[in-house]
Design a protein around this ligand. Structure first.
Ligand code: MIC
Ligand code: SF4
Length: 644
């Protein structure tokens, strides 16, 4: 039987395992990327391994999240990242050079290669035919050390694009439409391959918008073929030699095929507070807008920005709207400036922000109280913007501009005229903000500079064979890592200071959580609904609960990266065999878990609710390796004990 694109890349990188869906496979990783908010922890973990130089073909450390320097913390972290990268053979992309996924696409990504990144939107690379995964920092550290990356072999989904898009219907609308169809958990356990005649009209950055938002579906990753469009993009980046063609076999089999007729598609919008809360833009035309933000790793390419500039040219934004534009990279900003498009943007009254994540992660530009904010980003989780009652909607750049001009949510197809954007044949290449690592000789003597905000890594303990745990919190479905460990300008500078961060754990759900966890008599247990831990790859959403004494999470189901992070942190993830058991549990109940080691081996554990006397079975579908990691008390302990 023929193979899908992903199956071909997996096969050529397979270290061990069998490629049937549901089994674990170990993959060789060619490239890694880190960003600063997760990278500091990842390199601290890498340093504990005692390996003198990364063993990947290419590793890059980006600084794009924590770029507001309101004190020494972020600046110290940047300096740490720059020096640690230089010493260990990692390229360093300086603050202001751009958002990791955009820059990686422009300068480093290669079709057919594997990439893992300590950021959930690493699948952006799938837009150029890479097999790219978001992962926790510890998994990235292991891959930098030459270790394998383990995934559960996913099912294969195919999305077929047919027909021709109408003007102002964009790649973002395609992503939102798929979220409407599948929901934020519809891609869990699957890889999504994009195909059909409709993909020919999508450029690499547009394809990357789509693979970027595959993360919001919970998909393991998403991928496009590598074709003539890919070749042209790489050639325009001066990297024609990196091109290889890649496509699935004619007789490749898919577990599910979804058809989207582009000719029927309208501009779409995701309403607060979930990316799958999608309706057509035209249905919200009476909603007044306070703020519009254009940028993020989803929509900040030169193509996006040129369209934005063309729509703004000669016009002024509505007086009640505050518009921000964050170009995705220094290359994008330079080219906007050189062709005069930046002047059109500025003349409209927009505020131009740094080439960084910025408002997407609450690093400034939070909306006003209960403000309506239209964003071209990928996530609109409660409180993520930094304003708890902010009403964040997700849209395409075209819808964003149309709305910024009128002051109301506006379907761009209703505005007069069409815009024509001419993409340059060659991108302007200047890699001066990417620093190459030191040679091995110089590296040996180089010092890594650390600031006082870097605190020791929290220690987790091996499991005993039984435990009593107190339920510290019961939560519902689709709890995100932004609920578990919020981000934003005030907290993000403390990503390498787990004790400080811990005060904010679960703050969005229950501000008393951290205090109660610290005072608990027993280990902590969290009860979750389905798709627990969706969203980011931040391992802090596991490390911080671990620091606060949480040893077990029992949920209806888990998001892929988060469950891996829980295991790496030594927290036991269990699922309910029967949802009635979820209903019977309450905060403060004490649960008794026994025969933990043999239970893990059998795939189920007996749990007794000591408060009510009720017993139930919880499931744990763990590989031998995962069981060993948990029994050791986490991946670092396991690796120190010689585990592979
Ligand atoms: C996000 O978009 O939530 C982030 C911030 O990029 C995270 C990483 C982090 O928390 O540092 C992600 O997507 O993994
Ligand atoms: Fe940065 Fe936002 Fe992309 Fe995360 S989703 S990498 S915060 S731009």
């Amino acid at each position: 039987m023929g193979k899908t694109i992903a199956q071909k890349i997996i096969q050529s990188h397979l270290i061990s395992g069998d490629m049937t869906p549901g089994s674990e496979v170990a993959l060789k990783i060619d490239q890694t990327l880190t960003q600063d908010a997760t990278g500091t922890m990842a390199y601290l973990e890498f340093e504990t391994m005692g390996i003198p130089r990364v063993k990947t073909e290419l590793s890059v450390a980006y600084v794009d999240h924590n770029t507001l320097q309101c004190g020494f913390e972020n600046a110290d972290d940047h300096r740490y990242l720059q020096t640690v990268a230089a010493k260990y053979g990692v390229y360093f992309s300086r603050p202001g050079n751009g958002i990791c996924h955009q820059v990686h696409l422009e300068r480093f990504g290669k079709p057919g290669k594997t990439l893992i990144g300590s950021d959930s939107h690493t699948p952006t690379g799938g837009g150029m035919g890479m097999l790219a995964f978001g992962a926790g920092g510890m998994d990235v550290a292991v891959a930098m050390g030459g270790g394998a990356y383990y995934i559960t072999m996913p099912k294969m989904y195919k999305v077929n694009l047919t027909g021709k898009r109408k003007p102002y219907v964009t790649a973002k609308d395609i992503s939102l439409e798929l979220l409407r169809i599948l929901s934020v958990k519809g891609g869990v356990g699957a890889m999504i391959e994009w195909g059909g005649e409709g993909i020919a009209s999508l450029s690499v950055p547009e394809r990357a918008t789509i693979t970027n938002m595959g993360t919001e579906l919970g998909a393991t990753t998403s991928i496009f073929p590598s074709d003539e469009v890919t070749r042209q993009f790489l050639a325009a980046q001066g990297r024609a030699e990196d091109y290889i063609p890649l496509s699935s076999d004619e007789d490749a089999a898919y577990d599910r095929v979804i058809d989207i007729d582009l000719s029927q598609l309208k501009p779409m919008i995701a309403c607060p507070h979930s990316p799958d809360n999608v309706v057509a833009v035209e249905t919200l035309k009476h909603v007044k807008v306070d703020q519009v933000c254009i940028g993020s790793c989803t929509n900040s390419s030169l193509l996006d920005m040129l369209k934005v500039a063309a729509m703004l040219k000669g016009k002024t934004i509505a007086p009640d709207v505050s518009l921000s534009i964050s170009p995705g990279s220094r290359q994008v900003l330079t080219m906007l400036s050189d062709c005069g498009a930046l002047s059109d943007i500025l003349a409209s009254g927009a505020r131009v922000l740094e080439c960084a994540c910025g408002p997407c992660i609450g690093m400034g530009f939070s909306p006003n109280s209960s403000g309506v904010s239209l964003r071209t980003f990928n996530r609109n989780f409660l409180g993520r913007s930094g304003t708890k009652d902010g009403q964040v909607y997700l849209v395409s750049p075209e819808t964003a501009v149309a709305s910024a001009l009128t002051g109301f949510i506006t379907d761009p197809t209703t505005i007069e005229g069409n815009i024509q954007v001419q993409m340059p044949e060659k991108f302007k290449i200047n890699d001066s903000a990417i620093l190459a690592p030191l040679s091995a000789d110089h590296a040996a003597k180089a010092e890594v500079l650390r600031g006082p905000n870097i605190k020791p890594f929290p220690k987790s303990e091996p499991f005993a064979d039984s435990m009593d745990g107190e339920i510290l919190l019961c939560v519902g479905d689709n709890i995100t890592t932004d609920h578990i460990m919020p981000a934003g300008a005030k907290i993000l500078p403390y990503r390498s200071n787990i004790p400080y961060l811990s005060q904010f754990c679960f703050e969005v759900c229950d501000p008393t959580f951290a205090q109660r966890a610290k005072q608990a008599q027993h280990s902590g247990i969290i009860i979750g609904g389905s798709n627990y831990g969706q969203g980011s790859s931040r391992e802090h959403a596991a490390l911080v609960p671990m620091y606060l004494g949480v040893r077990c999470v029992i949920a209806k189901s888990f998001a892929r990266i988060h469950v891996a992070n829980l295991i790496n942190a030594g927290i036991l993830p269990l699922t309910f065999a029967d949802s009635a058991d979820y209903d019977a549990l309450q905060q403060d109940h004490v649960l008794h878990l026994e025969n933990i080691e043999s239970g893990m081996a059998q795939g189920k554990l007996n749990v007794t609710d000591s408060t009510t006397g009720r017993c139930f079975t919880a499931l744990c579908n763990l590989t031998h390796r995962q069981q060993a990691i948990l029994m050791a008390g986490g991946l670092l302990n396991y690796t120190k004990e010689g585990g592979q």
